[in-house]
Design a protein around this ligand. Sequence first.
Ligand code: UD1
Length: 311
Amino acid sequence: MKYLVTGGAGFIGANLVEYLVNANEQVVVVDDLSMGQYQNIAALVGDKLRFYKHSITDDAFMTELLLAEKFDYIILLGAIASVADSIARPMQTHQVNLEANLHILETIRKNQLPLKKLLFASSAAVYGNQGELPKKETSPIDPLSPYAIDKFASERYVINYGKLYGLKTVAVRFFNVYGPKQNPASPYSGVLSIINDCLLNNKKFTMYGDGQQTRDFVYVKDVVIALMLLLNEPTALHDVYNIATGTPTTLTENIMAFEKVWHKKLVVQHEPSRAGDIQYSYANIAKLKALGFTPQYDIQEGLFEYIQQTK
Ligand code: UD1
């Protein structure tokens, strides 16, 4: 099978690409390396993996690629994955986070490209600060930033292109994904990769808030399994699925788990909560579980494997 992965050099994309190449699939990655890192996929580039350093906003390039390749599966992970950047540059991030995806959908529709399925990566950010917990796919949405607005709109375009024009599509909402290939140097990195980097390099960790905030941290290998399940499951169509574990843990619990595996203490500096930070978040994953998904890694197992790979 032939796969297109936009954002395939990024954190989640590169983990998916590694899985696909190891499963002997043909993969094409388009990534402008603005957030992704070539080193994430460098060792895989060859017969099975072709890499194009291009922005997904390059409509002419994307059209040519889609017409020439006739992909079986398209996974849209390419994005400016930064809420802060979307607030600073709403027009530019909109072009990447929405318009580029819409252009891909239009190219498929207008040219009636045969496609087994297209999957779009949305975010738990669409739920915003609505209080209901755990977050179900039917929970109220409240996209607070241009990033969340574009993720929600793209998600709806993808789902409704399915319903309106018969494309086979599905969307997912990622919760807090962690694991190898996330760039800890990025200011937009998830908190677990920042903690790991602080322990690895003996740096001070800044804790915003009291440490009792919860998140639903899901290991990237479980995310890859969920993505493959959704691509291959015929009933997962024109719909959106949370990807998480369904179990919340506090920041303090995670710091303790890290310290146990690292056999050292994290040096913590306390600061007030960040503006806009939410205190509690976790997902209901019953919908994904009904398709047969069970997370293979609990937080202890995930952190252990992650740390072993970075040591
Ligand atoms: C994540 C997204 C964010 C999005 C939000 C909405 C990432 C990196 N962030 O934020 O863009 O708006 O989901 O669903 O994916 N923390 C510290 N010290 C740090 C970094 C973080 O104490 O150096 C704290 C944060 O204040 C927060 C918790 O750790 O309370 C988790 O932070 P983060 O990993 O950024 O995830 P979200 O807040 O869930």
